[in-house]
Ligand binder design. Structure first.
Ligand code: P6P
Length: 282
């Protein structure tokens, strides 16, 4: 596992260098499996990760937001790595923080087989969160090495509310719930890059990130295997909770399709329990 994580570190350092002096902000003429328009940078980031992880010890197959199908590497190895190579890439033109998200499954991509979750955040600094038992924050130093900073933990309750999805397409129950949090004094923190919005809640100690079912996206927007499950794993290991609005944990969900999406709510205990109460009526 450590060798695989070391190789993920190499990939994200290379992607961060691509971002730093980026010249070509154009889109390709293609779309990914979810129908998102692909930036040339999305494809380049996927190529960097694929090249490095193909050589990495222990990799059985790769699942990527930018690949239509699962890519078999070595049937005799044990880790299935599912990743979003550049989450929030549509914000690269406005220089917002974006990231890469990795879920490491044993033998088969399934939430119950999830053994580690890793994400990089390309912001003012390059930082990496590695979670096997506890989410650990690492920061790239002057020698291009990731130095450990601290373990991350969520408080019982936070102050931040990252409310995703097109508001005119929210259910009335969701609209009333989000308003109730703002009426309690929560502050809106939403950039449009889940990796950054969830990182902020994790580092600030708590709050709620929500991307609900909407009339235009009844199964939500965020992809289970390489966006939702890794963050649910991290948030629950940090002492928080996750749900699809009806269940006890996003990690109880199973999907056949590798690009399946799900409504998702991740945060501190207080906010998730409050949401589950509100959603009882849905
Ligand atoms: P919306 C980025 O494209 C992304 O996949 C997530 O990182 C982000 O949380 C979400 O989509 C934003 O979606 O509908 O709010 O623009």
């Amino acid at each position: 596992m450590q060798e695989l994580i070391n190789d993920i570190q190499k990939a994200v350092i290379e992607i961060s260098k691509e971002l730093r002096y980026l010249k070509d902000f154009d889109y390709t003429t293609s779309q990914n499996a979810t129908g998102d328009n692909q930036l040339k940078l999305d494809v380049k980031s996927d190529e960097i990760i694929t090249r490095i992880l193909k050589q990495s010890k222990g990799v059985k197959s790769l699942i990527s937001e930018e690949k239509q199908e699962q890519l078999l590497i070595n049937e005799n190895e044990k880790y299935v790595v599912a990743y979003d190579p550049l989450d929030g890439s549509s914000l690269v033109d406005v220089n917002f923080a974006i990231g890469s998200i990795f879920a490491i499954y044993e033998q088969k991509a399934s939430a119950k087989n999830l053994k580690a979750a890793v994400y990089a955040i390309y912001g003012v600094r390059l930082e990496l969160i590695v979670c096997i038992d506890t989410p650990k924050l690492f920061r790239l130093n002057e020698n291009d090495e990731f130095a450990f900073v601290k373990d991350l933990k969520l408080n019982e309750k936070g102050k931040l509310n990252a409310s995703g999805g097109t508001q005119k397409n929210w259910s009335n129950i969701h609209r009333a719930f989000i308003k109730a949090l703002f009426d309690e004094g929560y502050r809106l923190r939403y950039s449009g890059a889940m990796v950054s919005d969830l990182h902020q809640i994790l580092l600030k100690g708590g709050g709620l990130f929500s991307y609900p079912a909407t009339t235009d996206a009844p199964n939500g927007k965020l992809r289970a295997y390489f966006e939702v499950f890794p963050f649910a794993f991290i948030f629950e290991k940090a002492g928080g909770l996750s749900t699809n609005g009806k269940n006890n944990s996003l990690l109880d969900l199973e999907f056949e399709k590798i690009h399946a999406s799900t409504p998702c709510f991740l945060g501190s205990k207080y906010e998730i329990e409050k949401l589950k109460q509100a959603y009882k009526g849905l």
